[in-house]
Design a protein around this ligand. Structure first.
Ligand code: SAH
Ligand code: SF4
Ligand code: F3S
Length: 495
């Protein structure tokens, strides 16, 4: 049986793509390995959103040069967004790479690997660029890869990502995603519902719907249009599903019907990730985000009106072209005012091929970007900590995801590690089963996506449990499972 090693960077889309590629390869007889040295095939599922993510992949490829020299039959592949972005350049920079496949061609990976193994030489399969054909041709060349799901392939069998949209048409000037993921396409609702029903039937309790601007979801079929809120209502009916999340939202498409759906449908997570990117109109305009800061504020106020308890999170880019101290101060102000549960903060990284790279100089020095990044992060961290304090003494419902990071590090449990968003290995690598009687530190999430750490039993992984919170920092709530007594003690307590 050929052994496969796969490493994944980037966003949740890539995590899902890796899961599906691995599932397809397992069907062809591959088995997974956690080490590159005994792997017959090594795949990197890559990201192009910042330069750093690309350079890390080239370094990883560099480390494999000798291994390939010693064993020329080892197949090395680069798949995903960087494959689409760099295409032949990958072969030029790492001539020992055998396979380059863009995200719109992932269905071809198993056949291409067979061809390479049969001696056909290096293979390149990418989709059309955004200027390389008619809209129809380009759209068709970016195929959504959504084969049948296999529960054993997921980081946890009770949680799953479900793609509802591919690509992006917003063309924010800093962003490479529309080039590498192609035109925005919403998946037909009946496909999404069928997949969600199958997942629920296999014991999946939580699904996270994925799209670059997920709330722009809209599917037209003749006269009938399915909006995001309609899709959510239909998914809500599926027995067995207990939580539904969706990421990432585009501020301009946060319509009232969607907010009403989140408010009225109990299975919907009270959590909205709506990146602002900047607090300055000047910068937003250069970014071509399509809204003013006044409009963002209005949208944010509407979320607070409809969903006072919801956790709202954001992304920010600091040091975008021409960003002044005043512009940056406006981002700080927005963070203070909106009281985000948390924000992901990135230093601007110029991406060749984007409008931003063509139109504006990357003129904010690296040290200024770094300082602004740290400053905004410090403001956000303080707010995140304040935001978690009201949970002290409260009881929350936690979906238990697995052992906490520290339990994993100490190796106390022998349980499969919980996967994080940046890096994932599909399960089945470490293989040891949980030890049922041990008390371990577990981690899970609330309905509003807050991380909760508590002591529990490995058997509780996958359950939704009541947890009482006794401590909190910026990123984590600490609690204890509430045990339900049905005996004389309860009787005496309540009388
Ligand atoms: N579709 C999502 C996010 C896409 S990329 C959205 O529209 O919000 C995830 C985040 O990376 C973005 O929200 C942005 O904050 C950041 N990002 C994108 N391009 C970047 C660049 N060139 N440099 C730095 N950060 C970038
Ligand atoms: Fe990139 Fe903007 Fe599309 Fe998000 S909305 S993927 S930031 S172009
Ligand atoms: Fe990166 Fe591609 Fe996602 S560029 S952020 S992996 S869509």
């Amino acid at each position: 049986m050929p052994k496969l090693y796969i490493e994944t960077v980037g966003c949740q889309m890539n995590v899902l793509d890796s899961e599906l590629v691995v599932a397809a390869l397992r069907q062809r007889g591959y088995e997974l390995t956690g080490s590159t040295s005994d792997a017959d095939t090594i795949l990197f599922n890559t990201c192009s959103v910042r330069e750093h993510a690309e350079e890390k992949i080239y370094s990883a490829l560099g480390r494999l040069k000798n291994a390939k020299r010693q064993n020329p039959h080892k197949i090395i592949g680069v798949i995903g967004c960087m494959a689409q972005n760099h295409q032949r350049t990958v072969f030029e920079r790492a001539p020992y790479v055998d396979l380059v496949v863009g995200p719109g061609q992932l269905h071809q990976v198993p056949d291409l690997l067979e061809k390479i193994a049969a001696g056909a030489g290096p293979q390149l399969e990418v989709s059309l660029g955004r200027k390389d054909g008619s809209r129809d041709e380009i759209t068709r060349s970016h195929e959504s890869f959504d084969p049948l799901r296999d529960p054993t392939m997921r980081p946890t069998p009770f949680q799953a990502y479900v793609r509802i949209q591919i690509g992006c048409d917003k063309f924010c000037t800093y962003c490479i995603v529309p080039s590498v993921r192609g035109p925005e396409q919403s998946r037909p609702p009946q496909h999404i519902l069928a997949e969600a029903r199958q997942l629920a039937a296999e014991g999946c309790k939580e699904i996270t719907l994925l799209g670059q601007t997920v709330n722009s979801y809209r599917y037209r079929d003749g006269e009938r249009t399915t909006r995001m809120s309609d899709l959510l209502a239909a998914l809500h009916e599926i027995d067995g599903l207990e939580r539904i999340k969706f990421v990432t939202n585009y501020p301009k498409d946060m319509t009232d019907d969607l907010l009403a759906a989140v408010r009225d449908l109990p299975k919907l997570a009270k959590y909205l990730h709506v990146p602002a990117q900047s607090g300055s109109n000047r910068v937003l305009q250069r970014m071509k985000r399509g809204y003013t800061i006044e409009e963002y504020r209005e949208m944010h106020a509407r979320i607070r009106d409809w969903l006072p308890e919801a956790a709202v999170t954001s992304d920010f880019i600091v040091g975008f072209c021409g960003e002044t101290d005043e512009d940056f101060e406006e981002s700080c102000e927005l963070v203070r005012e909106c009281h985000f549960k948390n924000s992901f903060i990135f230093k601007y990284s110029q991406r060749p091929g984007t409008k931003g790279a063509e139109l504006y100089a990357d003129d904010v020095p690296e040290d200024v970007k770094r300082r602004r990044n740290n400053e905004l992060l410090a403001i956000q961290n303080q707010i995140s900590e304040e935001d978690n304090q009201p949970f002290l003494g409260r009881q929350v419902e936690v979906l238990v995801e697995g052992p906490s990071k520290s339990a994993e590090r100490s190796g106390a449990t022998g349980i499969l590690p919980v996967q994080n968003r940046e890096q994932t290995q599909p399960p089945g690598l470490t293989g040891k089963m949980p030890v049922a009687h041990e008390t371990v530190q577990l981690v899970g999430r609330t309905m509003c996506d807050r991380i909760v750490v508590f002591d529990g039993n490995p058997r509780q992984i996958g359950q939704i449990l009541p947890v009482s919170i006794y401590d909190a920092n910026a990123h984590t709530l600490f609690g204890a499972v509430v045990t339900q007594h049905v005996g004389p003690e309860l009787f005496t307590l309540t009388t």
